[in-house]
Design a protein around this ligand. Sequence first.
Ligand code: GLY
Length: 566
Amino acid sequence: MISPLRGLCILALAVAAPPPGFGASKSPVRARQGMVVSAEVRATQAGVEILKNGGNAVDAAVAVGFALAVTHPSAGNLGGGGFMLIRLNKSGETVAIDYREMAPGGATRTLYQDREGNVVRDASTVGYRAIAVPGTPAGLTLALAKYGTMKLREIIAPAIALARDGIELSRFESESLKGARKLLERFPESGRIFLRDGDYYAEGGKFVQPELAGCLELIARNGAREFYEGSIAQQIAAAMKANGGLITIEDLKNYRAVVRKPVEGTYRGCHIYSMPPPSSGGIALVEMLNILEGYPLTRYGQGASRTLHLMAEAMKRAFADRAEYLGDADFVRVPAAGLTSKKYAAERRATIDPFLASNASDLGHGRPDLYESGQTTHFSVVDREGNAVANTYTLNGVYGSGVTIPGTGILMNNEMDDFSAKPGIPNAYGLIHSDANAIAPGKRPLSAMTPTIVTRDGKLFMVLGSPGGPTIINTVLQTLLNVIDFKMTVQQAVDAPRIHHQWTPDRLVLETRGFAQDVIDALRARGHRIEERDSIGDCHTILVDPDSGIRLGAADPRNDGRAIGY
Ligand code: GLY
């Protein structure tokens, strides 16, 4: 048998690689037919095998989604939720599958407040009460049934084998598990499975998940209804009841993944498709691109303080609007058309001082109505026909709520924290929300996940997305600007240092060692309050070369992701 790494080299050599390009960690992986880029090599391989066996991009994406639940347990999941953007090449039809988690029927507006109305620490982030009704099994199986070509049992088979036979843990995954010990050891089942009751997995240790393999087998046989109505549902509901959680068997039965129309926009001749509410990602991305389209960024230059200043100002405005207007559009009116209109962007742009930073507290949100006529992981897939999938899904925090439902091996999300526990009080990401994102039964919490597909001249051009809470939107923005404005190769665009501003707190976050000191000094002189962070985002991207059609896969070097093509 060819070792995975040797197989990787052979695949990478399928098309001769040019030099990586200045500043890039490596050359993008080049392939003529299909490409998968995900956060973990065995999940990427599972997707590529499906493509090679004749599956389309959706088949491969669903296989990657199930495999990551096994091999990348901090974010890959069955017990979380997410969003999948699909573009079918023949018709150009692009759809968004919303499989975001839902608040249980017993959830109330003040669920995480004490009698005095204060938000209770950790209540929405740790343990059974933090868990929202998962959407992943429903979303992945809906995508497969509507847009895939293969049988569920064929698609889940790689994940079952990985869970049942076990995987050798990489240094990255073993350190990740150990790093989460404070959270995971609070829940005996999580401590047993993921920490070996304090014995911990070392790099290269064999990580076997028989309970998870069993659940995957049940889903392969009986479909997602096993999770929402069958024996898995019974186990979830029983564990919830025994531990003060809110999710009932009725909540699970009532869960639905939904096919939605993507948010659309344009940017310098490219067409942008991204995620609509309950994600804020697509709307905020298009708003920022519209604002920035008014500046000659190519001339100002990548990484220049003038460019970074304008990007930060666009980010602040989009995040101020996000805080005010965004929520689940099935429950609140979201002025999506206004927020994504070019005229609204022009009005927001006019408030930007080209030299000085605006104060977040003075800024506030705009009036899109005037223009109205309405820890996460990402993977990207392109198949030989040019069909594309951008999928971002999550448990929210790293390892979610920390809870594993006994007997199932399934880690559960803490997505309830993405609601506003109390309007005006920041959540775990420091994000402030309005009433639009208040908790209500059956409502989906606001997300920043931004799976995005870009076309140029009607042809598939880019597929991308990232984890990182609010930094997701800005990571996608910068990767797009790096390609479209700054003419970087896709790997250079993914590698390039990132910035982040989310309006409040009023801080411009820069990746450590990413920027020259005089650029940082110049940003300070413009009035930006600077903060540094080790790394922002994990943007797994595919670009289709417009001339040759070659798929160029760029895994983000910040973590352990891998691009493989064939
Ligand atoms: N849980 C992070 C997000 O959805 O934005």
